[in-house]
Design a binder for this molecule. Sequence first.
Ligand code: NDP
Length: 257
Amino acid sequence: MRRFDDRTVVITGGNRGIGLAIARRFSAQGANIVLASIEEQVHDAAETLGGGALAVVCDVTDRDDVVALYEQAEDRFGRVDISIQNAGIITIARVEDLTEDEWDATLAVNTKGVFLCCQEAIRRMRRHDRGGRLINTASGQARDGFIYTPHYAASKFGVVGLTQSLAKEVAPDGITVNAICPGIIETDMWAYNDKVWGSMLGDYGPGELMAEWVQKIPMKRAGTGDDVAGLVAFLASEDAAYITGQTVNVDGGLIMS
Ligand code: NDP
């Protein structure tokens, strides 16, 4: 018996980066996988997993898309046991240059998107009455805001607040809600961060800013999607049955609070 046999997991932002690493971990441990992303490429990602993974094109900021995502998941696999709200975006700009559109788009994906998915997952988990697990991706920026990303930091602090509030409401239904804070994880997002922060903070060449920041990590290495997947799998497992409303860092010791 594998850890997630007979469990169905929805993963938003599942077609690359951290989300795909999480999907691989759950797939290897027996779960039915539902991958959701905004690009069609999510179908290719699902195929790499094998095992009948379902791919759904879904914009997490759109309520109808989100409802259709969970509907399709239930149609294919019967019910959703675990929902991982991982889709996220970032932009980097000086405060006078940060546009209202950037602010709105970032909060829409990173905070409202998490809320809409949690809301729909909870509605269905309550109906099935078998409990469930919700895991929301926040960030080191939900602990400590960085320069030039007030909108991103606000969106991720928001994830922690909604996680705590929902956890209190749904605990009696056997549903846990937790958040995770990845640090510096090597993905497309960090390639963008390295380039833009690097050009704004000094005369950094490709990879140089990230290398400098990695030296500030006590473990002296960037994280991988697999490092994050290990934490998510634990929080989704029976071993974490008595853990809810928590926010856990996965960052090699970068932030110790
Ligand atoms: P990537 O940029 O590699 O992937 C982001 C994912 O989010 C993509 O799959 C993308 O879909 C999806 N996405 C974006 N907008 C939407 C939307 N409106 N609806 C549905 N899906 C959407 O990022 P990471 O893998 O690095 O990040 C994953 C999460 O981890 C994010 O929430 C991020 O904020 C967080 N995080 C990342 C850190 C890092 O160092 N990498 C550090 C801390 C937190 P598509 O491919 O289809 O465009």
